[in-house]
Each structure stands twice: as C-alpha cells, then as structure tokens.
Design a protein around this ligand. Structure first.
Ligand code: SF4
Length: 356
C-alpha cells in the first residue's frame, strides 16, 4: 500500500494511465485530497465505485501523528510529529496580522552543522518523503478547518524548519509542485513560498531554473573565516561563489533574494560587519532580514542589545539596502529560528567571540 500523498499530479496521472484509467482523474483525486481534505477514497463521490475500490486497494491517505503540540505566549503553535519509523519532526504555525505562515521541515535532523542551530546537534537522520513534507501543510490546513478557521488563511510557507531543503532536492521539488498547484493542489502562490538554504550552490541554481518560489539564504557572516566557523558548508562553497550564484539566480524581475543574518553578540554585529554586508550584497537584488539570536541556555551565543541591532539596521538602511529586523516568534517554546530539534542533542563547537 502506497501513501498517495507521495505522488505529484503528473505521477498520479501516469499511474492511472498505466492501470487503464483516464489520466484527468488525477485532478479530481487531487481536489479531494488537498481542497476537500478527505481521509478516504469512499468520500470521492464523483469517481466511479470501481475506481474508488481500485484506489483503496493500492493507496492510503494517512495524516501525520501528532506527538505533542505547544502554543506560545504569542499564539505561535509548534507541532511535534512522530513519523512511521520513529523519527520526529517539527513544524511551526505562525499567526500574522491577516494570515498564517507555516514553517516546514524538509529533513529529520540536519547534516549541515551550523553552530548556532539546535537542529544540527543530533545530525541527520534522513530525508523526508514528499508525503511527509506535503502532510505538514495539508494537516495544518485541516487543523485550522477543525477550529472553524478558513484553511486558505494559511497562505505562506517557509522552508526554515528542520533540515536543509536543498539537500533533499528531488522530494522538495515534488512537494513544491503539489503545494503550488493552484488548480488542484494546495493552491499556494509561488510568491508566498520561500525556500531557505545555508548555501548549497549547485542546487540554488537548479532551484531558480526549475521553480518560481522565493529564495532565502542564511548568510550570518561577512568573511569566509567567520562563516566557515559558523557554517561549515562555507568551506565547500565560499562567500564569493555563493554570492555570485545569487547574483545570477533566475527569478522574476521584481523579486529579491532574502538574506537572513542572525545577529550574535560580539560575533557578527559590529559596524564593520554591517559595512561589509552592504558591500557584499550591493551587486545583488537583495533584502536583508536581521534576526537577533534567540538565546537559550545550551548555546554560547548571545542576543545583541537592542541598540546594537538598531545600529546595524540603521547602517544598512543608510546605505540604501532593503532591510528589516525580524522578531522571532515562539521563543518561549523553542519554536523560533534555529531552535527546532527533537532529541539526541550534542554540544556545539566553540566559535571565537569578540568583546563588544
Ligand atoms: S541552520 Fe538550517 S542548514 Fe544549518 S544546521 Fe540548522 S537546519 Fe541545518
């Protein structure tokens, strides 16, 4: 029995054709799965009895198993899901003024070992399947529906949960095709879906050529020495290569790449850092999200003062950069950026901290 949520519409159409069934039925089935949110084939009333029987004999339509749900003071909701093989993943539903954003995981754990990130501590367990990625979104909409909330209010997706999405590229792209299928799938506009990467250069280029979703790059440093100390991927794909790849990234004319910059006290928050950032990003259509580090007892890194954050932001704005400070939500339940993890943490290595 296969999980039908692993199938893109194209692949499902192929399966139907192989089994002597008209391929347009794939669209009808998708509408039941992703718009009507049904859990069984019996409910698919515009399909013949025979087809419903055939589908039920070959496919299942499971939901993710919720292990734990936490709601933070600011109403951010973190869901811990238990997967079939015992792995656990988290996703975070963030209420905004007039919509919801879902922060989605792409891997169980992560192999990238960014030093400021709790997910990195347990290493990589495995890639998520297409169904496991898509189900985080589908189930979040289902839960909203159950609370009497219009499910389409969940309109924004960010791949900033556990894992490096571009390290699970094929499943990511299949999941994106279901998420951004505006006729039959989950109906997210590509303008409202963002994939965030630590900098897997070849896959960045591929993503630009094969999809229309937004790109975010987790940058966090302005010199190779510091970036390699914070993010080991920088050894393989150093700043000049990463930024040149971003400069030539294929995207629609008015789009910009988001550069996330986690501000860590005494590490990367000086005026020199801000000025170097301006210089590095000036050839690129860029906007900068400054994220004050979410301090927690297990980390050597600290959150900079409000004054330091404001000074950094002012420096960027004074040099005509598009930049904002993003307040992480859900910090009290460890749902904020870099705080997602399940279990099996290991200690972080030391990164030199300047006195400031
Ligand atoms: S920041 Fe992202 S890429 Fe880096 S270790 Fe954490 S989950 Fe992986």
């Amino acid at each position: 029995m296969q999980n039908i949520l692993n199938f893109t519409r194209e692949k499902l159409a192929g399966w139907l054709e192989d089994n002597g069934i008209k391929s347009f039925r794939a669209g009808q089935i998708f509408k039941w799965l992703y718009l009507q949110q049904v859990n069984d084939f019996e409910s698919m009333s515009n399909l013949s009895k025979d087809l419903r029987k055939t589908l039920a004999a070959h496919f299942s339509i499971p939901r993710l198993t919720v292990e734990k749900r936490q709601i933070s003071e600011d109403a951010t909701q973190k869901s811990l899901y238990q997967l079939d093989d015992g792995q656990q993943i988290e996703s975070v539903l963030i209420p905004e003024k007039d919509h919801y954003t879902l922060c989605v995981s792409s891997q169980a754990g992560c192999a990238q070992n960014c030093q400021f990130c709790l997910t990195a501590r347990g290493g990589l367990a495995r890639n998520l399947t297409v169904a496991e990625i898509v189900s985080q979104v589908r189930d979040a909409r289902y839960d909203l529906m159950a609370q009497g909330i219009e499910p389409l209010q969940l309109s924004n997706i960010v791949f900033m949960g556990m894992g490096e999405p571009l390290a699970n590229y094929n499943n990511l792209v299949d999941a994106l095709s279901i998420i951004t299928d505006t006729d039959y799938g989950l109906k997210f506009s590509t303008r409202r879906v963002t994939v965030s990467t630590c900098g897997l250069v070849p896959k960045i280029t591929q993503l630009g050529l094969e999809t229309e979703v937004n790109l975010a790059v987790s940058l966090n440093a302005t010199t190779d020495d510091l970036r390699t100390a914070l993010m080991p991927i920088n050894k393989k794909y150093p700043l000049n290569l990463l930024l040149e790849t971003c400069r030539t990234f294929t995207m629609k004319p008015r789009k910009k790449i988001t550069f996330e910059y986690i501000l860590m006290k005494g590490v990367n928050d000086s005026e020199e850092d801000a000025l170097r950032l301006v210089k590095l990003l000036s050839p690129i259509k860029a906007k900068v999200n400054l994220i004050p580090f979410n301090a927690h007892p297990e980390s050597q890194f600290k959150c900079p003062s409000k004054e330091a954050v404001n000074a950094f932001l002012t420096c960027l704005l004074d040099h005509n950069m598009t930049a904002i400070t993003r307040k992480s939500k859900g910090a009290d339940i460890l749902a904020a950026c870099g705080q997602l993890r399940t279990k099996n943490g290991v200690p972080e290595a030391r990164v030199p901290v300047k006195n400031s």
